[in-house]
Design a protein around this ligand. Structure first.
Ligand code: ATP
Length: 310
Protein backbone atom coordinates (compact mmCIF):
# COMPACT_ATOMS: atom_id res chain seq x y z
CA UNK A 1 0.00 0.00 0.00
CA UNK A 2 1.75 3.15 -1.12
CA UNK A 3 -0.98 5.56 -2.11
CA UNK A 4 -1.11 8.92 -0.37
CA UNK A 5 -4.03 9.52 1.95
CA UNK A 6 -6.35 12.43 1.04
CA UNK A 7 -4.35 15.10 2.83
CA UNK A 8 -2.82 17.30 0.13
CA UNK A 9 -2.80 21.10 0.36
CA UNK A 10 -6.12 21.35 -1.46
CA UNK A 11 -7.86 19.47 1.36
CA UNK A 12 -6.09 21.40 4.16
CA UNK A 13 -8.38 23.03 6.68
CA UNK A 14 -8.00 24.68 10.07
CA UNK A 15 -9.84 21.98 11.97
CA UNK A 16 -9.76 18.23 11.36
CA UNK A 17 -11.73 15.57 13.22
CA UNK A 18 -10.88 11.89 12.96
CA UNK A 19 -13.11 9.11 14.24
CA UNK A 20 -11.35 5.97 15.39
CA UNK A 21 -12.76 2.66 16.70
CA UNK A 22 -12.11 0.43 19.70
CA UNK A 23 -11.06 -3.19 19.21
CA UNK A 24 -11.73 -6.59 20.67
CA UNK A 25 -9.23 -9.41 20.31
CA UNK A 26 -11.17 -12.44 19.11
CA UNK A 27 -7.99 -14.47 19.44
CA UNK A 28 -5.08 -13.42 21.63
CA UNK A 29 -2.47 -16.19 21.65
CA UNK A 30 0.53 -15.24 23.77
CA UNK A 31 3.79 -17.04 23.03
CA UNK A 32 6.83 -17.30 25.31
CA UNK A 33 8.49 -14.19 26.75
CA UNK A 34 11.11 -12.81 24.29
CA UNK A 35 14.51 -11.52 25.30
CA UNK A 36 13.34 -7.92 24.57
CA UNK A 37 10.59 -8.24 27.20
CA UNK A 38 7.75 -8.57 24.67
CA UNK A 39 5.83 -11.74 23.79
CA UNK A 40 5.26 -13.07 20.29
CA UNK A 41 1.53 -12.86 19.63
CA UNK A 42 -1.05 -14.23 17.28
CA UNK A 43 -3.51 -11.43 17.76
CA UNK A 44 -6.74 -11.40 15.78
CA UNK A 45 -8.19 -7.90 16.04
CA UNK A 46 -11.76 -6.92 15.25
CA UNK A 47 -12.65 -3.22 15.26
CA UNK A 48 -16.01 -2.51 16.91
CA UNK A 49 -18.34 0.46 16.80
CA UNK A 50 -17.28 2.35 19.93
CA UNK A 51 -15.36 5.44 18.88
CA UNK A 52 -13.13 8.21 20.14
CA UNK A 53 -13.08 11.42 18.11
CA UNK A 54 -9.82 13.32 17.87
CA UNK A 55 -10.01 16.95 16.73
CA UNK A 56 -6.91 18.99 15.92
CA UNK A 57 -6.63 22.75 15.43
CA UNK A 58 -3.55 24.96 15.05
CA UNK A 59 -2.33 26.41 18.38
CA UNK A 60 0.64 28.30 19.85
CA UNK A 61 1.99 25.10 21.41
CA UNK A 62 0.98 21.46 21.88
CA UNK A 63 -2.07 21.20 24.12
CA UNK A 64 -4.41 18.28 24.94
CA UNK A 65 -7.95 18.36 26.25
CA UNK A 66 -10.29 15.45 26.81
CA UNK A 67 -14.00 15.04 27.48
CA UNK A 68 -16.06 11.94 28.26
CA UNK A 69 -17.00 9.66 31.16
CA UNK A 70 -13.39 8.52 31.79
CA UNK A 71 -11.72 11.83 30.92
CA UNK A 72 -10.16 12.35 34.36
CA UNK A 73 -8.06 9.18 33.84
CA UNK A 74 -6.50 10.42 30.60
CA UNK A 75 -3.09 12.13 30.93
CA UNK A 76 -3.06 15.64 29.44
CA UNK A 77 0.71 15.96 29.07
CA UNK A 78 3.27 14.69 26.54
CA UNK A 79 2.77 11.11 27.78
CA UNK A 80 -0.65 11.06 26.09
CA UNK A 81 -0.32 8.75 23.11
CA UNK A 82 -2.10 11.28 20.89
CA UNK A 83 0.52 13.91 21.81
CA UNK A 84 3.31 11.43 21.11
CA UNK A 85 1.79 10.73 17.69
CA UNK A 86 1.69 14.45 16.82
CA UNK A 87 5.28 14.91 18.00
CA UNK A 88 6.49 11.90 15.99
CA UNK A 89 4.87 13.15 12.78
CA UNK A 90 6.11 16.71 13.31
CA UNK A 91 9.69 15.50 13.94
CA UNK A 92 9.63 13.46 10.75
CA UNK A 93 8.74 16.57 8.74
CA UNK A 94 10.79 19.18 10.66
CA UNK A 95 7.65 20.90 11.93
CA UNK A 96 6.74 22.20 15.38
CA UNK A 97 3.88 20.13 16.86
CA UNK A 98 1.89 23.27 17.68
CA UNK A 99 -1.58 21.86 17.76
CA UNK A 100 -4.53 21.63 20.10
CA UNK A 101 -5.67 17.99 20.29
CA UNK A 102 -9.14 17.48 21.70
CA UNK A 103 -10.22 13.92 22.46
CA UNK A 104 -13.94 13.13 22.77
CA UNK A 105 -13.48 9.84 24.59
CA UNK A 106 -16.06 7.10 24.42
CA UNK A 107 -13.69 4.10 24.55
CA UNK A 108 -13.16 2.89 28.14
CA UNK A 109 -9.75 3.94 29.51
CA UNK A 110 -7.32 1.13 30.41
CA UNK A 111 -10.12 -1.26 29.45
CA UNK A 112 -8.33 -3.59 27.04
CA UNK A 113 -10.04 -1.94 24.04
CA UNK A 114 -7.02 0.02 22.76
CA UNK A 115 -8.40 3.46 23.64
CA UNK A 116 -5.01 5.13 23.88
CA UNK A 117 -3.89 3.44 20.67
CA UNK A 118 -7.04 4.68 18.96
CA UNK A 119 -6.25 8.25 19.99
CA UNK A 120 -2.69 7.90 18.73
CA UNK A 121 -3.84 6.67 15.32
CA UNK A 122 -6.54 9.36 15.25
CA UNK A 123 -4.13 12.18 16.11
CA UNK A 124 -1.63 10.95 13.53
CA UNK A 125 -4.17 10.94 10.70
CA UNK A 126 -5.68 14.24 11.89
CA UNK A 127 -2.30 16.02 12.05
CA UNK A 128 -1.21 14.57 8.71
CA UNK A 129 -4.38 16.03 7.21
CA UNK A 130 -4.12 19.37 9.06
CA UNK A 131 -0.46 19.90 8.17
CA UNK A 132 -0.79 18.60 4.60
CA UNK A 133 2.18 16.30 5.17
CA UNK A 134 0.59 13.77 2.79
CA UNK A 135 2.01 10.61 4.38
CA UNK A 136 1.45 7.30 2.67
CA UNK A 137 -0.39 4.57 4.57
CA UNK A 138 2.93 2.75 5.00
CA UNK A 139 4.58 5.85 6.51
CA UNK A 140 1.71 6.28 8.95
CA UNK A 141 1.81 2.57 9.83
CA UNK A 142 5.51 2.76 10.58
CA UNK A 143 4.99 5.68 13.00
CA UNK A 144 2.06 3.77 14.53
CA UNK A 145 4.24 0.69 15.15
CA UNK A 146 6.82 2.87 16.98
CA UNK A 147 4.07 4.27 19.21
CA UNK A 148 2.62 0.94 20.37
CA UNK A 149 1.73 -2.61 19.37
CA UNK A 150 -2.01 -1.92 18.92
CA UNK A 151 -1.71 1.45 17.17
CA UNK A 152 -1.32 0.15 13.56
CA UNK A 153 -4.58 -1.78 13.87
CA UNK A 154 -6.44 1.29 15.16
CA UNK A 155 -5.43 3.03 11.93
CA UNK A 156 -6.63 0.28 9.57
CA UNK A 157 -9.64 -1.13 11.48
CA UNK A 158 -11.81 -3.91 10.04
CA UNK A 159 -10.24 -7.19 11.07
CA UNK A 160 -6.60 -8.17 10.95
CA UNK A 161 -4.11 -10.71 12.18
CA UNK A 162 -1.27 -9.11 14.14
CA UNK A 163 2.02 -11.01 14.41
CA UNK A 164 5.27 -10.03 16.10
CA UNK A 165 4.14 -8.08 19.16
CA UNK A 166 0.89 -7.43 17.29
CA UNK A 167 2.09 -4.67 14.97
CA UNK A 168 2.74 -6.72 11.79
CA UNK A 169 -0.71 -6.77 10.24
CA UNK A 170 -2.44 -8.90 7.65
CA UNK A 171 -5.99 -7.75 6.84
CA UNK A 172 -8.66 -10.45 7.26
CA UNK A 173 -11.85 -11.02 5.35
CA UNK A 174 -15.05 -10.89 7.43
CA UNK A 175 -18.23 -12.37 5.97
CA UNK A 176 -20.83 -10.63 8.14
CA UNK A 177 -21.61 -8.42 11.10
CA UNK A 178 -20.93 -9.72 14.60
CA UNK A 179 -23.02 -8.39 17.50
CA UNK A 180 -21.19 -7.65 20.74
CA UNK A 181 -21.95 -6.51 24.23
CA UNK A 182 -19.21 -4.99 26.39
CA UNK A 183 -19.30 -4.87 30.17
CA UNK A 184 -17.18 -1.96 31.34
CA UNK A 185 -15.58 -2.48 34.77
CA UNK A 186 -14.84 0.04 37.48
CA UNK A 187 -11.21 1.11 37.08
CA UNK A 188 -8.67 -0.22 34.59
CA UNK A 189 -5.98 -2.88 34.45
CA UNK A 190 -2.41 -2.11 33.43
CA UNK A 191 -1.48 -4.05 30.30
CA UNK A 192 2.16 -4.66 31.43
CA UNK A 193 0.88 -5.88 34.82
CA UNK A 194 -1.44 -8.38 33.10
CA UNK A 195 1.43 -9.73 30.96
CA UNK A 196 3.59 -10.06 34.10
CA UNK A 197 0.78 -11.96 35.83
CA UNK A 198 0.44 -14.21 32.76
CA UNK A 199 4.18 -15.04 32.99
CA UNK A 200 3.87 -15.61 36.74
CA UNK A 201 0.92 -18.00 36.33
CA UNK A 202 2.77 -19.91 33.60
CA UNK A 203 5.84 -20.35 35.81
CA UNK A 204 8.26 -22.83 34.25
CA UNK A 205 5.64 -24.43 31.98
CA UNK A 206 6.63 -24.96 28.34
CA UNK A 207 4.74 -22.30 26.33
CA UNK A 208 3.98 -23.13 22.69
CA UNK A 209 4.55 -20.55 19.93
CA UNK A 210 1.58 -18.28 19.22
CA UNK A 211 -0.32 -19.41 16.12
CA UNK A 212 -3.58 -18.15 14.64
CA UNK A 213 -6.50 -20.58 14.79
CA UNK A 214 -7.54 -21.73 11.31
CA UNK A 215 -11.08 -22.44 12.61
CA UNK A 216 -11.37 -18.91 13.99
CA UNK A 217 -10.21 -17.30 10.73
CA UNK A 218 -12.73 -19.45 8.86
CA UNK A 219 -15.52 -18.38 11.26
CA UNK A 220 -14.67 -14.73 10.58
CA UNK A 221 -14.58 -15.36 6.84
CA UNK A 222 -18.02 -16.98 6.84
CA UNK A 223 -19.51 -14.49 9.32
CA UNK A 224 -20.91 -17.32 11.46
CA UNK A 225 -21.34 -16.16 15.10
CA UNK A 226 -21.81 -19.70 16.46
CA UNK A 227 -18.55 -20.86 14.88
CA UNK A 228 -16.73 -17.73 16.07
CA UNK A 229 -18.07 -18.23 19.61
CA UNK A 230 -16.64 -21.76 19.66
CA UNK A 231 -13.16 -20.50 18.78
CA UNK A 232 -12.78 -17.25 20.80
CA UNK A 233 -9.70 -17.43 23.00
CA UNK A 234 -7.68 -15.01 25.10
CA UNK A 235 -4.50 -16.30 26.73
CA UNK A 236 -4.44 -13.20 28.96
CA UNK A 237 -7.84 -14.01 30.49
CA UNK A 238 -6.55 -16.15 33.41
CA UNK A 239 -4.14 -13.34 34.33
CA UNK A 240 -6.81 -10.62 34.10
CA UNK A 241 -9.21 -12.70 36.24
CA UNK A 242 -6.42 -13.48 38.70
CA UNK A 243 -5.78 -9.73 39.16
CA UNK A 244 -9.50 -8.89 39.16
CA UNK A 245 -11.40 -11.97 40.48
CA UNK A 246 -14.76 -10.15 40.23
CA UNK A 247 -14.57 -10.54 36.42
CA UNK A 248 -15.62 -14.19 36.81
CA UNK A 249 -19.08 -13.05 37.95
CA UNK A 250 -19.35 -10.61 35.03
CA UNK A 251 -18.44 -13.34 32.52
CA UNK A 252 -21.03 -15.73 34.04
CA UNK A 253 -23.75 -13.06 34.07
CA UNK A 254 -23.35 -12.54 30.31
CA UNK A 255 -23.38 -16.23 29.41
CA UNK A 256 -26.38 -16.84 31.69
CA UNK A 257 -28.02 -13.91 29.89
CA UNK A 258 -27.75 -15.74 26.57
CA UNK A 259 -24.36 -14.77 25.11
CA UNK A 260 -22.89 -17.36 22.74
CA UNK A 261 -19.50 -16.81 24.38
CA UNK A 262 -17.78 -14.50 26.83
CA UNK A 263 -14.17 -13.42 27.10
CA UNK A 264 -12.03 -10.73 28.63
CA UNK A 265 -11.21 -8.08 26.01
CA UNK A 266 -7.42 -7.92 25.52
CA UNK A 267 -5.77 -7.28 28.88
CA UNK A 268 -9.15 -6.42 30.43
CA UNK A 269 -10.96 -5.57 32.56
CA UNK A 270 -13.69 -4.94 29.95
CA UNK A 271 -15.54 -8.21 29.23
CA UNK A 272 -16.82 -8.96 25.73
CA UNK A 273 -19.90 -11.05 24.90
CA UNK A 274 -20.70 -12.35 21.44
CA UNK A 275 -24.43 -12.56 20.67
CA UNK A 276 -26.32 -14.43 17.96
CA UNK A 277 -27.95 -11.25 16.59
CA UNK A 278 -28.96 -7.72 17.58
CA UNK A 279 -31.99 -8.87 19.63
CA UNK A 280 -29.88 -11.38 21.55
CA UNK A 281 -27.33 -8.63 22.22
CA UNK A 282 -30.06 -6.45 23.77
CA UNK A 283 -31.10 -9.35 26.02
CA UNK A 284 -27.49 -9.98 27.11
CA UNK A 285 -27.08 -6.26 27.85
CA UNK A 286 -30.24 -6.25 30.00
CA UNK A 287 -29.03 -9.31 31.93
CA UNK A 288 -25.62 -7.72 32.54
CA UNK A 289 -27.18 -4.46 33.71
CA UNK A 290 -29.52 -6.34 36.07
CA UNK A 291 -26.60 -8.40 37.45
CA UNK A 292 -24.88 -5.32 38.88
CA UNK A 293 -21.49 -6.89 38.02
CA UNK A 294 -20.19 -4.00 35.89
CA UNK A 295 -20.14 -0.21 35.74
CA UNK A 296 -21.66 0.19 32.28
CA UNK A 297 -22.89 -1.93 29.40
CA UNK A 298 -22.38 -1.11 25.71
CA UNK A 299 -24.00 -2.80 22.72
CA UNK A 300 -22.31 -2.57 19.34
CA UNK A 301 -21.12 -4.56 16.35
CA UNK A 302 -18.04 -5.19 14.24
CA UNK A 303 -16.14 -4.99 12.02
CA UNK A 304 -15.91 -1.20 12.10
CA UNK A 305 -14.00 1.15 9.80
CA UNK A 306 -10.51 2.24 10.94
CA UNK A 307 -9.42 5.83 11.61
CA UNK A 308 -11.14 8.17 9.15
CA UNK A 309 -11.52 11.92 8.69
CA UNK A 310 -15.06 13.10 9.35
P1 ATP B 1 -4.71 -1.93 25.12
O1 ATP B 1 -6.03 -2.56 24.85
O2 ATP B 1 -4.05 -1.38 23.87
O3 ATP B 1 -3.79 -2.75 25.95
P2 ATP B 1 -6.07 -0.32 27.05
O4 ATP B 1 -7.37 -0.10 26.34
O5 ATP B 1 -6.07 -1.37 28.11
O6 ATP B 1 -4.96 -0.60 25.99
P3 ATP B 1 -5.71 2.50 27.25
O7 ATP B 1 -7.10 3.04 27.30
O8 ATP B 1 -4.97 2.64 25.98
O9 ATP B 1 -5.63 1.01 27.74
O10 ATP B 1 -4.91 3.22 28.45
C1 ATP B 1 -3.77 2.68 29.05
C2 ATP B 1 -3.04 3.82 29.78
O11 ATP B 1 -2.44 4.66 28.80
C3 ATP B 1 -3.96 4.73 30.59
O12 ATP B 1 -4.07 4.31 31.91
C4 ATP B 1 -3.32 6.09 30.46
O13 ATP B 1 -2.50 6.36 31.58
C5 ATP B 1 -2.40 6.00 29.25
N1 ATP B 1 -2.81 6.86 28.11
C6 ATP B 1 -1.98 7.58 27.35
N2 ATP B 1 -2.66 8.22 26.38
C7 ATP B 1 -3.93 7.89 26.51
C8 ATP B 1 -5.09 8.24 25.79
N3 ATP B 1 -5.07 9.05 24.74
N4 ATP B 1 -6.25 7.70 26.17
C9 ATP B 1 -6.28 6.84 27.22
N5 ATP B 1 -5.22 6.52 27.96
C10 ATP B 1 -4.04 7.02 27.61
Amino acid sequence: MAEALPSGPSSRSSVVTVRVPAKVNVQLAVGPLRSDGFHDLANVFLAVGLYDEVTVTPADSLRITCEGPDAEHVPLDATNLAARAAIALAERHGLAPDVHIHIAKDIPVAGGMAGGSADAAGALLACDTLWGTGSTQDELLSICADLGSDVPFSLVGGAALGRGRGEILTPLEVGGTFHWVFAVADGGLSTPAVYRECDRLRGDADVPGAEPSADLLEALRTGDPGALAATLVNDLQPAAVSLRPSLAATLSAGTEGGALAALVSGSGPTCAFLAKDADAASAVAAALTASGTCRAVRVTSGPAEGAHVR
